[in-house]
Design a protein around this ligand. Structure first.
Ligand code: SF4
Length: 378
C-alpha cells in the first residue's frame, strides 16, 4: 500500500497555499528544485585554511572567527538561491575542500571536549566520560524508518532515533532510548549514518528527521555525516532546542526545517518535570534565531493542568516574538501518562491523566485569537 493511501492529508496539505508559502524553502528542497543547505555549505571553499590538517591544528578562537566570516558569505548565497525562481541545484552539487562544512565538523568536535553541545555545559571530555545525556562520544541509532505519524507536510519522514537525551522528562514517551538504555542502539560512524540517510531518501523519505531522545548530544556525528550524504534531501532538527549558542550557530546553515518541541512556559515547570535550568531563556533565545534560518513547525504538547502556566504563555510568546506569518504550530492533544508519571502518579498528580477536551480547546482558541496558524499541522 502506498503512503498516499495511509496519509492522504500528506498530499492534500500542499494544496493549502499558506502552508506552501510558509514552508517554501523546505518544499523546494523536497521537490529537488533547490539544494539542501548542507550541500551549499560543503560547496563553499574556505579561504583561510588550505587543508583539513590545517583546520585540525588551528586555534578554536580562530576557527570561530572564520566561521562567522564565512557564515556571512553563506547567507548571501543562500538568500540568492532562495529568491531565485529558477532551480539552482545543479550549480551547487560540487564539493570544496576544506569547505564551510569541514570547518563546522572541526568546531563541533571541539565542542565535545570539553562538552558544550547543550546548555547543561557538563564540560567533560566526551571521549572519556559519560555526560548528563548518558552518552560518551559514540552515537547510537535505535531505529531508522519512514515515519507515517508526523505532521502532514513531513510524511513520509525519514526518521532516525538517536539514543540519549539532555532532558530527564518524567513523562517521556521514548524513555527507553532516552533515559533507560540509550547505549543499547547500534553505534554508527558518520559514514554509516550518511548511508542510513541515503537509504531513507531512496525509499521515498521527504526529509531526514533527526530525533531521539534528542539529537543535540549526537550533533558531532550528525554534522560530520553530511559530508558523505549523496542525496539532496531536507535536513530536519526535531529537538527540545536546549543546545548552546555555539551548537546552534553550526546547525543554522545545515538545517532546512526545524521541528522544535516548546514544552514549558516557565523555568519552574521545566525544572520539576525535565530537570533542566534556565529553560525559558535558552529555548526562547534559540527559537528566535532558528526561525530566521529555515522553515519551522513548532510542536507544543498540551500537558494537563499546565494551561495557565505553560500553554498560554507559550502561545503569547510565539505571537509576540516569532514571525507568526511564517511559522506553523502543532498543538498536540495526545499526552498520556508514561514513564515515571505512570509508575508513581501521586508524585505528579496534575499530569497523571489525559488532557481534557476543554483544555485543548482553550489553547487552540487562544492560538487562533493570537493569529497563530495551527490547523493544517495539528
Ligand atoms: S550534550 Fe549536554 S548533557 Fe551531554 S555531555 Fe554535552 S553538555 Fe552534557
Amino acid at each position: 500500500m502506498g503512503w498516499e493511501i495511509i496519509r492522504p492529508d500528506a498530499v492534500i496539505v500542499w494544496k493549502n497555499e499558506e502552508v506552501r508559502r510558509r514552508l517554501s524553502w523546505y518544499y523546494n528542497v523536497m521537490k529537488g528544485w533547490k539544494p539542501a543547505k548542507f550541500i551549499i555549505a560543503r560547496s563553499l571553499q574556505l579561504d583561510a585554511y588550505s587543508s583539513i590538517q590545517e583546520l585540525s591544528e588551528a586555534d578554536e578562537q580562530d576557527l570561530w572567527r572564520h566561521h562567522e566570516k564565512t557564515q556571512e558569505e553563506f547567507n548571501k548565497i543562500w538568500r540568492e538561491i532562495k529568491e531565485n525562481d529558477k532551480p539552482r541545484y545543479s550549480t551547487y552539487i560540487g564539493t570544496a575542500e576544506p569547505s564551510f562544512l569541514d570547518l563546522k565538523i572541526e568546531l563541533v568536535k571541539r565542542l565535545t571536549t570539553p562538552c558544550r553541545l547543550c546548555e547543561r555545559r557538563c564540560l567533560i571530555d566526551r571521549t572519556k566520560q559519560i555526560g548528563a545525556c548518558r552518552l560518551k562520544y559514540e552515537t547510537y541509532v535505535h531505529s531508522a524508518f519512514l515515519h507515517m505519524g508526523e505532521e502532514a507536510p513531513l510524511v513520509p519522514s525519514g526518521t532516525i532515533f538517536y539514543g540519549g537525551c539532555n532532558f530527564t522528562c518524567v513523562f517521556c514517551q521514548n524513555y527507553d532510548i532516552s533515559q533507560i538504555a540509550p547505549r543499547l542502539g547500534k553505534i554508527v560512524s558518520p559514514i554509516e549514518l550518511a548511508y542510513i540517510q541515503d537509504i531513507l531518501a531512496r525509499k521515498g523519505a521527504r526529509n531526514i528527521n533527526h530525533v531521539g531522545g534528542d539529537p543535540t548530544p549526537s550533533a558531532h556525528t550528525i554534522i560530520e555525516s553530511l559530508k558523505y550524504v549523496r542525496s539532496n534531501i531536507p535536513q530536519l532538527w526535531n529537538s527540545n532546542m536546549y543546545m548552546t549558542i555555539e551548537t546552534l550557530m553550526l546547525l543554522v546553515d545545515l538545517i532546512d526545517i526545524w521541528l522544535p518541541d516548546f514544552k514549558y512556559g516557565n523555568n519552574k515547570c521545566a525544572f520539576r518535570l525535565s530537570a533542566v535550568k534556565n529553560y525559558w531563556e535558552v529555548v526562547t533565545r534559540n527559537l528566535k534565531i532558528a526561525a530566521t534560518h529555515g522553515d519551522m513547525i513548532i510542536r507544543h504538547l498540551v500537558l494537563p493542568g499546565h494551561i495557565e502556566c505553560c500553554s498560554l504563555p507559550i502561545m503569547e510568546w510565539i505571537s509576540k516574538n516569532l514571525p507568526k506569518d511564517k511559522i506553523l504550530v502543532n498543538i498536540m492533544d495526545q499526552y498520556t501518562p508514561m514513564h515515571l508519571v505512570k509508575k508513581t502518579p501521586h508524585r505528579w498528580p496534575e499530569i497523571s491523566r489525559r488532557p481534557k477536551a476543554v483544555e485543548i480547546e482553550e489553547v487552540r482558541k487562544t492560538a487562533t485569537r493570537l493569529g497563530i496558524l495551527w490547523e493544517p499541522v495539528s
